[in-house]
Ligand binder design. Structure first.
Ligand SMILES: [Zn+2]
Length: 259
């Protein structure tokens, strides 16, 4: 009897307790815009002003490189880079242009441990990569070298990839690709230096090789700059027999639009 009355009491109390907790949490930790810090009504989003400044890459774009075109130039029209030097991956997509708030989000996630940004960045990635994620077998994050992982404590690309896997039910595969060589940060290096810096950096885990044969992989990274890093990783995955390698990044650097 005592138990059932406690249960009844619990049933009565629980919703009130939950509401109270939510009210207290809203006062102590009000949802704020990750762009400007303004109060907003929902956690995990940005305010309308900041939203307006984000440039989503919804198309038109080059079907291979994913670089945005200003005009719809027709199906199958490729950008200059895709024609000049076809990449070792099948296609690349990004959610947003690497500018302003998007750039800030990438750097906060990477250098300031702002892991609460993962769900919002992840949602935008989910939308941009819907088709690629639907057809893939594995979601593989760009790995960090052990030493860098120890310094940072987490891999921002793996956190994004983990979110995508949880939302799509696809396999999160952070151990397929290894980063064997410790490299200096790519910031400030020329395109040629970046390619050289990336030589011999990645390897496929030996035990994972049979699993990759004929499979489709989505390679996840935070930002696509010159593509030197994802291209190096894609070459290694291709050599291991991966059938399709599609690159999905949160943001993308675009120097100037071709069309
Ligand atoms: Zn804002």
């Amino acid at each position: 009897m005592a138990k059932s009355s406690v249960e009844k009491m619990g049933n009565r109390v629980r919703p009130i307790g939950k509401k109270l907790l939510q009210a207290v949490a809203a006062v102590l930790f009000p949802p704020i815009c990750c762009g400007c810090g303004r109060r907003i009504d929902r956690i995990g989003t940005v305010c309308p002003q900041c939203w307006g400044k984000i440039q989503f890459l919804t198309g038109p774009y080059c079907p291979v490189m994913g670089v945005p075109f200003r005009f719809d130039v027709g199906d199958g029209f490729l950008c200059g880079e895709a024609l000049r030097e076809p990449p070792p991956f099948d296609c690349a997509r990004a959610a947003v242009l690497h500018k302003g708030l998007a750039q800030l989000m990438v750097s906060r996630l990477k250098y300031s441990r702002r892991l609460e940004l993962v769900p919002i960045m992840g949602q935008w990635l989910l939308r941009a990569g819907r088709d690629l994620l639907a057809e893939c077998d594995y979601i593989v994050p760009l790995p960090l070298h052990r030493r860098r992982f120890r310094q940072r404590g987490y891999n921002q690309s793996a956190e994004l990839a983990r979110y995508l896997a949880a939302k799509t039910g696809k396999i999160f595969a952070p151990h397929i690709l290894l980063r064997k060589k410790y490299t200096v940060p790519q910031v400030g290096l020329s395109a040629a230096e970046r390619v050289k810096n990336m030589r011999g950096v990645f390897a496929v885990e030996k035990a994972a090789r049979p699993q990759l044969l004929g499979k489709i992989v989505v390679l996840v990274d935070d930002v696509y700059t010159t593509g030197a890093t994802v291209k190096a990783a894609a070459r290694i995955l291709r050599r291991a027999g991966t059938a399709r390698i599609n690159v999905l990044t949160f943001s993308r650097v675009v120097k100037e639009m071709e069309f």
